[in-house]
Design a protein around this ligand. Structure first.
Ligand code: CA
Length: 234
């Protein structure tokens, strides 16, 4: 049997940590746990788990600081970070995405939904390559995507995107001129059921627009429906 996929659960509340770890183990994951940030970073650097479940509020440092440290370290920069936050921490949640979390789960969460998100994340990490019909360069206005190299430029300047931001941009750009609903994006980019909470999508679009600078207006909001990448005549 292949080695189980590792997940690092970072949570200072013992009851929650044990419950989540138990359910992930039952689903076949190899679970590492940490109750504080220092332990979390040490375990992440030693084991490089593909998925990290990160509580925002910890005794010694915040989830955003841990996320930043993971992204700053070559070894751990590509791990999939699911940030777990309380609903009242709206501003911190946004900060979490700005330092590069890949998904967001509000507390109180359903353990079943959390396990589902970890399963989707680990599937994505195992495959690693976004599916694309395009090879070579995709040119849309000021934006250039090199699909095989996963690199993106705006007006000739290269952007630094997380893997999730890249997948989101690729899906939107490949669907240029067509409406993409939030549910579709959740399904295609995060591989989650379209019925789940879609704020993850909105926060990522916001962040992506900031990074796109001169090309930010290419992603249009279709009120009440989703997003559409501007169409460019060939
Ligand atoms: Ca906490």
């Amino acid at each position: 049997m292949a080695d189980a996929v590792s997940v690092l659960v970072v949570e200072d509340e013992d009851d929650i940590r044990n419950l989540v770890a138990l359910n992930l183990r039952r689903s076949g994951f190899n679970v590492l746990t940490a109750g504080d940030g220092e332990t979390a970073l040490a375990l992440a650097r030693e084991h490089v788990p593909p998925v990290v479940l990160l509580d925002l509020m910890l005794p010694d440092m915040s989830g955003t600081e841990i996320c930043q440290a993971l992204r700053a370290d070559r070894k751990t920069q590509g791990v999939y970070v699911i940030m777990v936050t309380a609903r009242t921490e709206e501003s911190d949640r946004i900060t979490g995405f700005e330092v590069g979390a890949d998904d967001y789960v509000p507390k109180p969460f359903s353990v079943r939904e959390l396990v589902l998100r970890v399963q989707a994340a680990s599937r994505r990490m195992a495959r690693n390559e976004p599916e694309s019909e395009v090879t070579g360069n995709l040119e849309l206005g000021e934006l250039t995507l090199n699909v095989s190299a996963h690199r993106v430029w705006v007006s000739g300047e290269e952007l630094e995107l997380t893997s999730t931001e890249y997948k989101l941009l690729l899906h939107l750009a490949e669907s240029a001129g067509r409406l993409c609903s939030r549910g579709e994006l959740l399904k295609e980019v995060w591989e989650l059921p379209p019925s789940l909470n879609t704020r993850t999508v909105d926060t990522h679009v916001k962040r992506l627009r900031q990074k796109l600078r001169a090309a930010s207006s290419y992603i249009e909001t279709v009120r009440g429906a989703g997003y559409r990448f501007r169409s460019f005549s060939p």
